[in-house]
Design a protein around this ligand. Structure first.
Ligand SMILES: Cc1ncc(COP(=O)(O)O)c(C=O)c1O
Length: 382
């Protein structure tokens, strides 16, 4: 599955039954279940049904393999990966490791997802001053973030690819901002991993969070956090038997925490999620990350060009280095357009007075023509 031609896409589409029901253009929200992912999860269920605990041990081996796959995907080592239940849990864990003081400030952007701001606004990690870097026409200049950072900044938290415009940050610039300001950066890479390259070796950051359930083709209920080595002596916010290197001693009076990111695991993870996430990430690898990235870039580029021809306000940048899998545009009465698209069996998103469209590598140009046809008709009849 390397070549970039229609027969290859047709072959790939056989793995995605969703294509029989929908023109599915919301892959950055929840990726539809691919056949190998379903099979892996069903096999686990059968094994558990027939063999009880021994099925759990096999799946725990997959848990280890999954950590290695997450690490490989971002150029990290497995020792730096914590498997979490979601991106949100991973972001909160990063916050608990950093431990911002309430009198400190946290820098976010106005194109954030709710999980990128809520932890600092309410709850145990809340601070008095959450600073929002502004955007102009869907783009956030790094200078606008840098100007909010001062000696009281506990952390900078950004989405590598923003949800509300599809803008992709230059990770080298973010990494440098953190390096020169000395302020830790927490990256939400939920909309980046599986679509564009992210590498914590070449562009280091302190923390990087992600999920299996979007572009990595796994189920909901599995996320991950990359934790830089310098935090490996931090006290975990929750501790369970998975965190201890001496667990085999069954000594309830002494807990020796692991010296790597395992110290942040607590109990048996969501194993059905683990086997599905492993199958999803393996599928990404089998199809080919470069192929996926190139194909999604072409499809999103095509959509942006076509929408702009209609004089629609597109917030996603045209420059392919500044976008990934998300295209966001504004129209009058977007709920109405959204309803019409759903009636025509086209699945996409609608929020913040706009429409979001996330094609994937299995999307065809014919599907995008259909989408554009409905948008054109909608504008004509307004
Ligand atoms: C950028 C981003 N971060 C976080 C989330 C939430 O992910 P999770 O449910 O894994 O916490 C989303 C969901 O759409 C997202 O797009």
């Amino acid at each position: 599955m390397q070549l970039y031609n229609n027969s290859t896409i047709e072959e790939i589409r056989e793995l995605f039954s969703v294509t029989n029901n929908w023109i599915y253009l919301y892959n950055g929200s929840i990726n539809p279940c691919a056949l190998p992912v379903r099979e892996a999860m069903e096999n686990f269920l059968k094994d558990w049904q027939m063999n009880g605990e021994s099925a759990i041990f096999k799946a725990l081996n997959d848990f280890q393999l999954l950590k290695e796959e997450f690490a490989d995907l971002i150029g990290a080592d497995e020792r730096n990966i914590v498997v979490t239940e979601s991106t949100s849990t991973a972001i909160n864990l990063a916050g608990h490791i950093i431990q911002p003081l309430s009198k400190q400030n946290i820098v976010v952007t106005e194109l954030a997802f709710m999980s990128n701001t809520y932890p600092w606004l309410v709850g145990q990690l809340a601070v008095d001053d959450v600073r929002f870097a502004p955007s102009t026409a869907g783009v956030i200049q790094i200078e606008n973030i840098a100007s909010l950072v001062d000696s009281q900044t506990a952390l900078i938290h950004l989405c590598a690819v923003t949800v509300a415009s599809g803008y992709r940050f230059n990770m080298a610039k973010i990494s440098n901002l953190s390096k020169f300001s000395g302020v830790p950066v927490v990256i939400d890479a939920a909309q980046a991993v599986g679509v564009v390259e992210i590498n914590v070796k070449s562009t280091p950051v302190d923390f990087l969070a992600g999920t299996a359930s979007k572009w990595l083709m796994g189920p909901a209920g599995i996320g991950f956090l990359y934790v830089d080595d310098k935090y490996m002596d931090a006290p975990p916010s929750s501790v369970g038997w998975f965190a201890a290197s001496n667990v085999a001693d069954w000594d309830v009076r002494r807990c020796n925490l692991y010296k790597d990111a395992k110290r942040f695991q607590s109990g048996i993870p969501n194993l059905i999620g683990v086997v599905g996430a492993l199958a999803g990430i393996r599928l990404v690898k089998q199809i080919g990350p470069q192929f996926i990235s190139d194909r999604i870039s072409e499809l999103t580029g095509y959509l942006i060009d076509e929408l702009k021809k209609l004089n629609i306000e597109v917030l996603t940048p045209s420059n392919k280095n500044e976008r990934a899998g998300v295209v966001f545009f504004k129209v009058k009465d977007p709920e109405n357009l959204h309803k019409r698209l759903r009636n025509e069996k086209i699945y996409c998103g609608c929020f913040q007075q706009g429409i979001r469209v996330d094609p994937s590598f299995y999307t065809t140009y014919q599907e995008l023509y259909m989408f554009m046809k409905i948008v054109k008709n909608y504008l004509k009849n307004m």
